[in-house]
Design a protein around this ligand. Structure first.
Ligand code: SF4
Ligand code: SF4
Length: 464
């Protein structure tokens, strides 16, 4: 019974064999309170993902990321390229929030809410269990002789995987072009929208390859967030951790044996924690880059502890400091700094969001134009305007001069702008020569919806 921690696992990732080939992971299905909770979270998130494209708010989708037409809708509010600064700050806030969350709770995002994990564990691996049996049964069948039984199971599984990948692709597409457009693509002939058809095929193939073959390699080798972990986690971070002080030395349970006297800890070396791990690692080797904090090993080990009437929590969510020194979670300067930044950014975002106007107006004096003499006492300047109506309603706007006193001459008295449309045109401002303060007189122009002043624009009026 030698149980010294071995370091060889750090030499290569567990899914790669010595020849550089792939070690396939046959993860068994866990059972326990964390697995149940994870299923509930996953099903809620999947329902949100698949139902959201059909939900409308004021005629707009709940979420839309139309990068082609640069139109973004968040919870029914339409964002234009003019609101790009809000998007940038929102994106930075999300990144800081993820970093803060990771510093405190480790990779809980990966194991519980990442779409890759949810699709893999809640949909694809479940189908695999239904058709090919548990991880152990899959290993035995795959290593055995070719047979009809193996053939029909594999064919059925991959056929269903392709269908689901096709469905996921269309769902993702509906977040970009809207669900109505996707319906048109589906009911139309592929030749009508050939480039879209090709894109759908490519993405369907990509999803299929990821979930049928690539699997945990995405988390271990590709995901940039996964690669960041080494820089974000510290000894104070809450993570799925094996309590080696309690567990070692590991050894099988023997009847009538006093484990303490025999120099054994609580780990009975049953390997249940490794057989449920979707990334194929042994958590008893310590914190590893591949661990996505899915908590499957906690459920597996708690089941074993219960069976042998030992206290649960040999593997649990805790910090390394807690295991090594018995320290409770504490607010480190790093956590305080990230949290302060996150709160500040969120505050800025809320303020900017509230200040965001429903209309965006630009008024510029026509380039190269000088003043026109209307009569002996009056001069006029010509201006171009451009108004964006960001709302979901048609608007009737008017332009009035706030200061100094003068007259605005617009072709038609009101600007009628359809919802989410732009309008541009020209207007004249007539001022009395007595109002001029020099060759450039500062003027303030108001944009009104009915009697409500919605925007004030400062510009200049040129005179002699
Ligand atoms: S499941 Fe628990 S007891 Fe079994 S090997 Fe893993 S840590 Fe040890
Ligand atoms: S070690 Fe445990 S928590 Fe980490 S990926 Fe494996 S089963 Fe999940």
């Amino acid at each position: 019974m030698t149980n010294e921690p071995k370091e060889s696992f750090r030499d290569r990732i567990v899914t790669m064999n010595e020849k550089g080939g792939r070690n396939w992971i046959y993860a068994n299905k866990p059972s326990g309170k964390y697995y149940k909770a994870r299923n509930i979270v996953g099903i809620i998130l999947l329902a949100f993902l698949f139902i959201t494209p059909y939900i409308k708010v004021d005629g707009e989708p709940l979420l839309l990321f139309d990068i082609i037409h640069r139109k973004f809708v968040l919870f029914g509010v339409v964002f234009w390229p003019q609101d790009f600064h809000l998007f940038v700050i929102g994106l930075i806030s999300i990144i800081v929030a993820i970093i803060t969350f990771t510093v405190v709770y480790g990779r809980v995002w990966c194991g519980w809410t990442c779409p890759q994990t949810i699709f893999m564990e809640i949909i694809f691996r479940r189908i695999e269990y239904w058709i090919e049996g548990s991880g152990d049964q899959q290993r035995i069948r795959n290593n055995g002789e070719d047979s009809f039984d193996k053939l029909w199971r594999k064919t059925l599984k991959h056929f269903i995987f392709i269908l689901i990948s096709f469905f996921i692709t269309h769902t993702m597409l509906s977040y970009i072009v809207g669900v109505e457009m996707v319906k048109q693509y589906i009911t139309g002939s592929p030749t009508e929208n050939f480039s879209v058809f090709v894109a759908i095929m490519i993405f369907t193939a990509a999803f299929y390859v990821v979930f049928a073959y690539f699997r945990e390699q995405v988390c271990s080798l590709i995901c940039p967030y996964g690669r960041l972990q080494g820089a974000l986690l510290d000894n104070n971070t809450l993570m799925v951790t094996y309590d080696y002080k309690r567990g070692e030395s590991r050894g099988p349970m023997r009847k009538e044996e006093d484990r303490a006297e025999a120099g054994k800890g609580d780990c009975v070396n049953c390997h249940k924690c490794t057989t449920v791990c979707p990334t194929g690692i042994d958590i008893r080797d310590g914190i590893q880059l591949e661990c996505i904090n899915c908590t499957a090993c906690i459920d597996a080990c708690d089941g074993v502890m219960e069976r042998y009437k030992l206290p649960k929590g040999l593997i649990r969510i805790t910090s390394l400091n807690n295991v090594e020194k018995g320290e409770k979670f504490k607010w480190t300067p790093r956590i305080i700094a990230y949290t302060t930044l996150m709160v500040a950014l969120t505050g800025v975002l809320i303020v900017l969001f509230n200040l965001r106007s429903d209309f965006e107006t630009t008024i510029l004096r026509v380039q190269g134009s000088l003043y026109q003499k209307v009569d002996d006492q009056h001069l006029s300047n010509i201006y171009n305007y451009k108004v964006v109506n960001k709302t979901n309603r048609e608007a009737e706007l008017s332009i009035k001069l706030i200061s100094p006193e003068g007259e605005v001459q617009l072709a038609g008295s009101l600007m009628k702008i359809e919802k989410q449309k732009k309008m541009q045109g020209a207007f004249l401002i007539k001022l009395s020569t007595e109002q001029l303060t020099g060759s450039n007189t500062e003027i303030k122009i108001g944009i009104y919806e009915g009697e409500e002043l919605i925007e004030v624009i400062s510009t200049s009026f040129v005179g002699p």
